[in-house]
Structures are given as C-alpha cells and as structure tokens.
Ligand binder design. Structure first.
Ligand SMILES: [Zn+2]
Length: 53
C-alpha cells in the first residue's frame, strides 16, 4: 500500500512521488491507508493508479 501524505493546510492527499505537487516537506501528515476524508490528487491517480484489492 502506498503512503499517503498531505500538507497541513490542504485536504488533498498525494501518494505518487512523480506528482508535481507531492509534499516533500518534513512537516506533512501521513496515512498508510486510503484516507477517509479529504480528496485524492488527480495527478497522483494518473501517475500511480491505486490498486483496488
Ligand atoms: Zn498528487
């Protein structure tokens, strides 16, 4: 499973390091499961489609 991360001032989750908006700061919120709130980044979906199993 991917690692989801978002910036503290955003509710958009990223998981692809290829995403141009992927948070690289240290001060981010990390989730190891698909987040149940907020939104999923469209660019990350393109770069790294989520597995559905
Ligand atoms: Zn993204």
């Amino acid at each position: 499973m991917a690692e989801f991360r978002r910036r503290q001032n955003s509710d958009r989750w990223h998981w692809s390091r290829a995403c141009s908006n992927y948070p690289t700061e240290e001060d981010v919120i990390i989730s190891h499961t698909i987040p149940e709130y907020g939104s999923l980044c469209e660019e990350c979906k393109e770069k790294e489609p989520l597995e559905k199993d």
